[in-house]
Design a protein around this ligand. Structure first.
Ligand code: PEP
Ligand code: MG
Length: 575
C-alpha cells in the first residue's frame, strides 16, 4: 500500500480504479520549411472563430451543470481570444519569426502564462492555467485534432489522476463516471477544487508529481477529509474505508430527506438556514438543497466578464429572475462589492498597493452614483411582491451607512415620483466585515434592520492576513478567540435593540463553528447550498442550552487550537 498526502479539497471518500489523464496536444504535423505569414494569419483567424464557438457552447452546458458563477470562467476564456496584446504577440510570432500558427500560439500564450505564474499568487497561477487551456484549445483546432474526448467518453466509474484539470477538462467530463479527483498541482482555491466541491466529488489536490506514477487501473482510496490517497490498500483498510463511505452516503441521504424542514434545534429554537448565490440557476439549486431563502446574492458576477456596467434594465431582469425563483422567501441582494480581489477593468480603479484596503465595495459605490443608483433602482423594482432585502458591503463607519441610506431614499423618491412600483418596506442591512464596524455595532444597529457578518473579510482584517495568501493561511482561523469575541459583540449589540443577525461568510457553513454560532445567538446562517442538509441536521441535534454552554466554554479558551481541542472532546471537530 502506498500513501500520498495532498490538500483536502473536497470532503468524502471515493474508492475505485485510477484513470490517468495526461492530455498532450498532438501537433506533430507542423508545416516543414518556411511558412507563408498571410496564410498562417488566415488559419489563425479561422481557429479563433471556431474556438469562440466551442467556448460559447461549453459555457451554456456548464451553466446548466454547475451554475453561472463557476461557468463564468468560459467567458473569461473567450476574452483571452480577443485580448489585443496577446493576439498582437501571436501575430508578431507569425510575421516576424515566420512561425507556424500552432507554434506562434504556444509561444505567445506561454510568455503571458509565465508572467502570471511569476507573480506567485494562487489567483494568477489559476489564470496561467486558463491561458494554457485556451492555448491548447486553439492548437488542437489548428492541428485539426478533435477536442479531447477521453473524459467525455468515460464508460465506467473511475478516479481521475491528472497534473491539474483545466476548466475545459472538467466541463466536458462525464461527471456520472467520476468518483474522485487527485491532482499533482493546484491549491484549495484551484478550479478543480471549486468544481469538486460544487459537484460533491471527493478531491485531493497539490499532491506532487509522484501521484502521476500510479498504475492505470490501480485500486485507489481518496480520503477527501484528510487529503490522502491510498494505492493498493490492504484488505482491512479497504473494508474500513468502504464502511465509512457507505455510512456517509446513508447519512447524506437522510440529511437531504430532512433538509426541507425549517431549521430548528432539538428544543425548538428556530433559526434560518439560507444560501449564498450568484444567479437564478444557483438559487434553484439552493432551494433543492433545502435553503429557506438567500442570505447573500453576490451581484458582482453580473458585472464581471463584460466590457461595461450592466444597465438598470439588464440588472432588473437578473434580480427579478432570482426573486421569482425564491417567491416569498427572503432574498438579500448585496450591492456591488467590487475591488479587492475582484477587478473590473472597465471601471479604471487603477493600481493600488493594498487593494483589499482600497477603493472597493461601498466606498467605490458612494463615489460613483452613476453605478450605485441604477443598481438600487433595479433592486427596488425587483422587490414588488417579493421578499427582497438590500445589504451594503464593507461598511466601516456610521457615515457610510447614513450616506448609503440617503442615496437609497433618493432613489425611492425618484421611483415614487415616476410611478414605478417597488416595495417601500424593503429591509436594509449591512455586512459587518470590517473590525471597526464590529466594534461600533451598537452605534450601527439602530440605523439598520439587520446585520450579516462577513467572516471571509472580517477574519482577514482582524488577523491582518490576506485571505488568498497561502503563506499566512495559518492565521486565517474562524475559531480564533479574537474573531469569536467580535462575533459575540456584534450579536449582543444588535439583539439589544431588537435587530437580527445573520452570517454569510464561509464560517456560517463551517460545521465546527455552527454549534458556537448557534450558542452565541446567531439568527441566520447563509452558506453554500451543498452544506445546508448537514448544517440543518447538526442544528437539530443540539438544544439551545447545550449550544450556549459550548459557546461560553469556547469563548473562555486562549487559542483557536484550544477551542478546537474542546470541540474535539465533544466529537464536534475532526480528530
Ligand atoms: C465575506 O467577506 O464574508 C463575504 C461574504 O463577502 P465576500 O466573500 O464576497 O467578500
Ligand atoms: Mg466580503
Amino acid at each position: 500500500m502506498k500513501t500520498y498526502q495532498g490538500l483536502a479539497a473536497s470532503g468524502g471518500i471515493a474508492i475505485g480504479p485510477a484513470y490517468i489523464y495526461l492530455p498532450e496536444v498532438q501537433c506533430a504535423q507542423l508545416p516543414c520549411g518556411p511558412v507563408e505569414p498571410a496564410a498562417e494569419l488566415a488559419r489563425l483567424e479561422r481557429a479563433i472563430v471556431e474556438a469562440q464557438k466551442q467556448l460559447a457552447a461549453i459555457y451554456e452546458k456548464s451553466v446548466a451543470e454547475v451554475g453561472e458563477e463557476a461557468a463564468a470562467i468560459f467567458l473569461a476564456h473567450q476574452e483571452f481570444l480577443s485580448d489585443p496584446e496577446l493576439l498582437a504577440e501571436v501575430k508578431r510570432q507569425i510575421q516576424e519569426q515566420h512561425a507556424p500558427a500552432e507554434t506562434a500560439v504556444e509561444t505567445a500564450f506561454e510568455i503571458y502564462a509565465q508572467q502570471l505564474e511569476a507573480l506567485e499568487d494562487a489567483y494568477y497561477q489559476e489564470r496561467a492555467l486558463d491561458l494554457r487551456d485556451v492555448s491548447r484549445r486553439l492548437r488542437r483546432i489548428l492541428a485539426g485534432v478533435q477536442d479531447q474526448e477521453t473524459l467525455t467518453n468515460l464508460t465506467s466509474p473511475v478516479i481521475i489522476i491528472a497534473r491539474d484539470l483545466t476548466p475545459s477538462d472538467t466541463a466536458q467530463m462525464n461527471k456520472r463516471m467520476v468518483l474522485g479527483f487527485c491532482t499533482a498541482t493546484g491549491g484549495l482555491t484551484s478550479h478543480t477544487a471549486i468544481i469538486a466541491r460544487i459537484l460533491g466529488i471527493p478531491a485531493v489536490v497539490g499532491i506532487g508529481e509522484d501521484i502521476l506514477n500510479v498504475q492505470p487501473g490501480a485500486p485507489l482510496i481518496v480520503d477527501g477529509h484528510e487529503g490522502i490517497v491510498l494505492e493498493n490498500a490492504d484488505e482491512d483498510t479497504m473494508t474500513k474505508y468502504k464502511k465509512q463511505r457507505d455510512a456517509e452516503a446513508e447519512r447524506q441521504r437522510k440529511e437531504k430527506a430532512a433538509a426541507h424542514k425549517p431549521a430548528a434545534t432539538a428544543d425548538g429554537h428556530r433559526v434560518e438556514v439560507v444560501a449564498n448565490i450568484a444567479d437564478a440557476a444557483s438559487a434553484q439549486i439552493a432551494l433543492d438543497f433545502g435553503a429557506e431563502g438567500v442570505g447573500l446574492f453576490r451581484t458582482e458576477y453580473l458585472f464581471l466578464n463584460r466590457q461595461s456596467v450592466p444597465t438598470e434594465e439588464e440588472q432588473y431582469r437578473d434580480y427579478r429572475a432570482v426573486a421569482d425563483v425564491l417567491g416569498n422567501r427572503p432574498l438579500i441582494i448585496r450591492t456591488l462589492d467590487i475591488g479587492g480581489d475582484k477587478q473590473l477593468p472597465y471601471l479604471n480603479i487603477g493600481q493600488e498597493a493594498n487593494p483589499f484596503l482600497g477603493w472597493r465595495a461601498i466606498r467605490l459605490c458612494l463615489d460613483n452614483p452613476h453605478i450605485f443608483e441604477p443598481q438600487l433602482r433595479a433592486i427596488l423594482r425587483a422587490s414588488v411582491e417579493r421578499n427582497v432585502q438590500i445589504m451594503f458591503p464593507m461598511i466601516a463607519t456610521l457615515e457610510e451607512v447614513q450616506r448609503a441610506k440617503e442615496v437609497l431614499a433618493r432613489v425611492q423618491a425618484q421611483l415614487a415620483q415616476e410611478g414605478v412600483p417597488f416595495d417601500p418596506h424593503t429591509q436594509i442591512g449591512i455586512m459587518v466585515e470590517v473590525p471597526s464596524a464590529a466594534l461600533i455595532a451598537d452605534i450601527l444597529a439602530p440605523e439598520v434592520d439587520f446585520f450579516s457578518i462577513g467572516t471571509n473579510d472580517l477574519i482577514q482584517y482582524t488577523m491582518a492576513c490576506d485571505r488568498v495568501n497561502e503563506k499566512v493561511a495559518y492565521l486565517y482561523d474562524p475559531l480564533h478567540p479574537a474573531v469569536l469575541r467580535l462575533i459575540q459583540h456584534v450579536i449582543q449589540a444588535a439583539h439589544r435593540v431588537g435587530k437580527w443577525v445573520g452570517m454569510c461568510g464561509e464560517m456560517a457553513g463551517d460545521l465546527e463553528a455552527i454549534p458556537i454560532l448557534l450558542g452565541l445567538g446567531l439568527d441566520e446562517f447563509s452558506m453554500n447550498a451543498p452544506t445546508i442538509p448537514a448544517a440543518k441536521s447538526l442544528i437539530a441535534s443540539l438544544t439551545l442550552p447545550q449550544a450556549q454552554e459550548i459557546a461560553q466554554t469556547a469563548l473562555s479558551k486562549r487559542t483557536a487550537e484550544e477551542v478546537r481541542d474542546y470541540l474535539r472532546s465533544l466529537g464536534l471537530a475532526q480528530q
